[in-house]
Design a protein around this ligand. Structure first.
Ligand SMILES: [Zn+2]
Length: 326
């Protein structure tokens, strides 16, 4: 999904009467992508602007949402470009404005692709397989009858499945002949957020057992509270995944003040090196050559982590993140 020959993507192009409107659209789409990644995919992002070297050809400005994968490499997960009126001038595209005069429109373009699927796998997955964020998981809850040959168990499990589906939860049941252990491992590998088990003992107690994919934690839930509790647990898994990824991002983002610091950080555990930068291409190239990093973005939330460029020591213009990208 990250290095592919073919991929699907979602892309948009817009034209606006004014620069202000086009810039507004550029930021609106960047924020829309960021919200989707954080609130649906549970992937924390850094919103920022690309350097001139890394920006899209022909764009005046390229904005990006950068994610950190669990191996601490960077993934550019989506971009949004402000084109100005350069393309319109080059191709002589004009419109008649309210003043009845011809004008060049201001353009934007933005896109994400199936590389986001790679991002989901690389952000949340663990050694047991996929871990899917609940809000996009094709199966949110898998119902598994325990000791299903015993009287009434299959009916009880089917009743749970019906209730979950009626509550709008994407649920399935596995009543195949495979062993309990095989089934548990199978849905763990597939990343299903919740496993709902019911057996004879649970039926006696009027409960079921729900196991979370993200933490392995098990809870016993009174049957009367099934729908509410499953919904609550799906949100808890989302929050758990987001917090874990955010912790990874924060733990592996390090303020560096010299090129040597960046080098030793990247040779060690690596991640995002957060530094000041003078804005010169020469320093950007030297960072790549000497520390093996590319500029990821200049975060929209700027902060002064020093006064001088990490590379040349001249007065700094921007705070910037460096990293190794997919
Ligand atoms: Zn510099």
């Amino acid at each position: 999904f990250l290095r592919h020959r073919e991929f699907l993507w979602q892309e948009g192009h817009t034209m606006h009467a004014t620069e202000e409107e086009a810039r507004e659209e550029t930021m609106r789409m960047l924020n829309l992508y960021a919200d989707f990644m954080e609130n649906v995919l549970a992937m924390p992002v850094v919103r920022g602007r690309k350097t001139d070297k890394e920006k899209f050809n022909g764009a005046e400005e390229t904005y990006t949402v950068e994610c950190m994968m669990h191996d601490r490499k960077a993934l550019q997960a989506g971009t949004s470009h402000y084109f100005g009126d350069g393309f319109a001038r080059a191709f002589d595209i004009t419109f008649t404005g309210r003043d009845n005069q011809l004008h060049y429109p201001h353009q934007t373009s933005w896109g994400v692709s199936t590389r986001m699927i790679g991002g989901i796998i690389m952000t949340h997955g663990d050694n047991n397989g996929l871990v899917l964020p609940p809000r996009i998981a094709p199966i949110q809850a898998i119902v598994i009858p325990v000791a299903q040959h015993k009287e009434g168990v299959l009916d009880a499990a089917a009743a749970l499945l019906d209730r979950l589906k009626a509550a709008g939860i994407r649920a399935q049941m596995d009543d195949s002949d495979q062993s309990m252990g095989w089934k548990a491992a199978q849905y763990e590998m597939k990343g299903v957020p919740l496993r709902v088990e019911i057996g004879p003992k649970d039926m006696e107690k009027g409960q079921c057992c729900i196991c979370r994919r993200d933490s392995g934690e098990k809870v016993f839930v009174p049957l009367a509270e099934l729908e509410a509790k499953v919904q609550e647990l799906l949100d808890a898994v989302h929050d758990g995944l987001f917090q874990r990824a955010k912790q990874n991002l924060e733990d592996h983002t390090k303020v560096c003040r010299t090129l040597d610091e960046v080098k030793s950080f990247m040779e060690g555990e690596g991640g995002f090196a957060k530094t000041m930068w003078c804005g010169e291409l020469e320093c950007e190239l030297k960072m790549k050559e000497q520390a093996g990093v590319t500029s990821r973005c200049m975060p929209l939330k700027q902060e002064a982590v020093g006064d001088t460029c990490v590379c040349c020591g001249k007065p700094a213009k921007h705070m910037i993140y460096w990293g190794v990208a997919y």
